[in-house]
Ligand binder design. Structure first.
Ligand code: NDP
Length: 681
């Protein structure tokens, strides 16, 4: 029998011995074996740290982001190959789309995220902190890529997405990965990794793959590594308490079993749009991936007077789900990942049946299209009902990792919230309601126990991404029983692979380190106006102090006429008794416009292409007629932009700090404005 290959220390290597035989989920035929016997796990991790990490940490966020985009495009062109292999896992085309294109989508989303970071290998975290009266001492927080490897131990249900949703994040952070997919579906992960390595897009050492047992890998982790785990609670707990992980304080992100719930709002009536949305969502979540989704709906809570109507309607809807060979176009639900997984689900259903009754489906009989129901890991969708959910702990404890869900009644919203929490922490929860008071009370009341809450109704159902879809820009994970972990989440997720350090120093030093101008830092004066400099030539801290402009009452009247803003404070005949002002005050936008009149230099064509907008703007002191304004104008940050096509003008965005001072040298306003600036090349 052929053996899967492991990609380690820069080579494709097969493990020793016969290994574990892996089977086609649909036909039950043996297809390949997986073994990691003989691999030296200590040197695999060391290689990642020394080779992969060294390359990735030198790259800037923007370079890493562009690398992710290139990889995403490369894999997208080869997706058909992955779909063909994915059928062997029991997945339908729609299931595979979530796994394959969902995974590649994560690469795209994280590639775009580069724009939220500077064009540096590291970044700041949060706001600067002033620590002195005189302004010469301050602090910031800096995030630098950890010096270790990300070790991902993944579940069997998403062999592609499971790898890419995590790797996209650690690569953007500048950290390499060692991926250990669950053995039974690792043949699909292997094919994708073969393409990734062949692409040559990643620096060597950025990705290593282990198909089979993780051996003693966790005994070699070090303080700079990060371990993530997705799978069962029992395995997760065992790995999390590994002595080496504890000794080295290695971050361990766990995502385990989760008894996710959906609640039908108490105001929903039979046949209303929300009723239809609810039935559709339940059916979808029970049958997509044959219920083998960590986020699938396992518990359904409905107002008690709707219990019977709800389970009849869900049953009717489930009856439309055709089951069988996922290669057959008529099939809507494929097989579980393997026969042992089916056996485990059946055993768990027996546990639930001790307290509940089956109202739809069957443990043993099933009609399948184009397949053998016994040889393939097929299972009928099953809906159970439990009328005493506060008494039956088992329905809130046992996760049947298949197309199985239990419907239960609730009396009032307070009960619905309490029942949702009986899962002791879940990845996600939904409520279907068109009443925003109910939605608010539920979300605020239940939020402590769920990683994500979806509110569904007639307004958002059509475009909703659904109960069961973790999204790259939202956190994925849940408290308590769901593992207590948190992955993805846009910028938040990237930080899990970076070390945060507080830095203290003078504003000038902190400017140099962060490459972001800090107020009170020394500016760089030159004879050339910064608007005459190309993007490459601008330095953070380039500064001009402008000439003075005197603001007059006529200026204010003229601006009021021009803008149409006749707010009482800008009129000279207003009685200012009891107001915030002493006399006619200049419009804030006039002050900013007058500032632009002082700092802009661009009567001839130059590198500044356009005004891109304002990030922040504060007016800190009233400007009265007679005030003399001066501007300190400083280059604050530079953000490169990628050309859209070869005809696009090469350019970047420059942020400028605009400090507007009056004749007493006090700030009357502060703004961060943005311009688009041409590159030389
Ligand atoms: P497991 O916990 O058995 O396996 C998860 C991962 O851990 C696999 O990659 C597995 O590798 C690996 N693993 C197992 N033992 C060790 C070890 N000693 N050292 C290092 N790695 C190890 O979960 P399953 O995949 O078998 O799924 C079982 C249950 O987990 C499901 O029925 C479901 O309840 C839950 N689950 C939860 C998910 C979630 O996202 N919340 C997703 C998928 C499953 P190997 O395959 O080689 O054993």
């Amino acid at each position: 029998m052929n053996k899967l290959e492991n990609y380690i220390t820069g080579k494709w290597i097969t493990g020793d011995g016969d290994g574990q035989t892996l089977y086609d989920a649909v036909t039950g035929e043996a297809i390949v074996a997986a073994t990691t016997k003989g691999l030296d796990f200590a040197s695999i991790l060391q290689y990642g740290r020394e080779v992969g990490n060294a390359s990735l940490r030198k790259m800037t966020f923007h370079e890493r982001g562009r690398m992710l985009k290139a990889l995403a495009m490369y894999l997208m062109e080869r997706k058909e190959k992955f779909y063909q292999i994915s059928y062997h896992t029991g997945a339908t085309k729609a299931d595979s789309w979530i796994d394959i294109e969902g995974g590649i989508g994560n690469l795209f989303a994280n590639a775009s995220l580069r724009r939220k970071f500077p064009d540096l290998p590291y970044c700041t975290d949060g706001d600067p902190i002033g620590l002195s009266k005189g302004g010469s001492f301050m602090a910031h927080h800096l995030l630098v890529p950890k010096e270790g490897v990300a070790i991902h131990i993944n579940a069997y249900n998403f062999p592609v997405w499971g790898m890419l949703e995590k790797c996209a994040v650690n690569w953007l952070a500048g950290v390499p990965a060692v991926v250990k997919p669950a053995s039974i579906t690792s043949y699909l992960t292997e094919v994708v990794v073969k393409e990734i390595i062949a692409s040559g897009i990643l620096p060597e050492g950025a990705l290593q793959l282990i198909c089979g047992s993780a051996g003693d890998m966790l005994d070699h982790v070090m303080a700079q590594d990060v371990v993530t785990f997705t799978g069962s609670k029992s395995t997760g707990l065992m790995l999390k308490s590994n002595k080496r992980i504890l000794e080295e304080s290695v971050p361990f992100n766990m995502e385990a079993d989760s008894l996710n719930a959906i609640v039908l709002g108490s105001e929903v009536t039979l046949g209303s749009p929300e009723w239809d949305v609810f039935i559709k969502e339940v059916r979808k979540e029970m049958t997509v991936k044959a219920g083998q989704k960590c986020t699938a709906i396992r518990r359904i809570f409905v107002p008690e007077h709707l219990l019977e109507d709800a389970y009849i309607a869900i049953g009717k809807s489930l009856a439309q789900t055709t089951i069988g060979n996922p290669l057959n176009e008529k099939v809507r639900m494929g097989a579980l990942a393997g026969l042992s997984q089916r056996e485990e689900v059946k055993q768990n259903i027996q546990k639930l049946l001790a307290a509940s009754q089956m109202v739809y489906g069957s443990l043993d009989s099933i009609e399948v299209i184009d397949a053998d129901a016994q040889k393939g890991a097929f299972l009928s969708p099953m809906l159970l009902v439990n009328e005493n959910p506060f008494q039956a702990d088992v329905v809130h404890e046992v996760e049947c990792f298949g197309p199985v869900s239990t419907i239960m009644p609730y009396k009032d919203l307070h009960d619905a919230i309490a029942l949702s929490k009986k899962g002791k922490g879940s990845l996600c929860c939904s409520i279907v309601t068109n009443d925003n008071r109910i939605a608010t009370d539920f979300v605020v009341g239940a939020a402590t126990h769920h990683g994500r809450i979806l509110v569904l109704n007639r307004e958002d159902a059509k475009e909703s991404t659904g109960h069961g879809s973790p999204l790259p820009l939202l956190i994925h994970g849940g408290p308590g029983r769901a593992g207590g972990g948190e992955e993805m989440g846009g910028v938040r997720g990237v930080k899990h692979y970076m070390q945060r350090v507080a830095i203290q120093g003078s504003p000038t030093t902190i400017t140099a380190i962060t490459q972001s101008y800090q107020p009170n830092a020394k500016g760089i004066q030159s004879n050339v106006h910064p608007f005459k400099k190309y993007f490459e030539d601008l330095q953070i801290g380039d500064q001009i102090i402008t000439a003075k402009r005197k603001i007059t009452s006529e200026d204010i009247d003229a601006f009021a006429e021009l803008s149409g803003d006749h707010f009482y404070a800008h009129k000279k005949d207003t009685d200012f008794t009891g107001t915030m002002f002493e006399q006619q005050v200049a419009h804030g936008y006039f002050v900013l416009s007058a500032a632009a009149g002082l700092f802009v230099d661009g009567s001839d064509l130059g590198p500044v292409l356009l005004n891109y907008g304002i990030d922040e703007l504060r007016f800190t002191k009233p400007v009265y007629p007679g005030a003399g304004l001066t501007i300190r104008f400083t280059c604050k940050e530079k953000l490169p932009q990628d050309p859209k096509d070869e005809n696009d003008i090469p350019k970047g965005i420059v942020k400028w700090l605009v400090e507007i001072m009056d004749e007493t040298d006090e700030h009357v306003g502060v703004a961060t404005i943005l311009t688009m600036v041409k590159r030389k090349n």
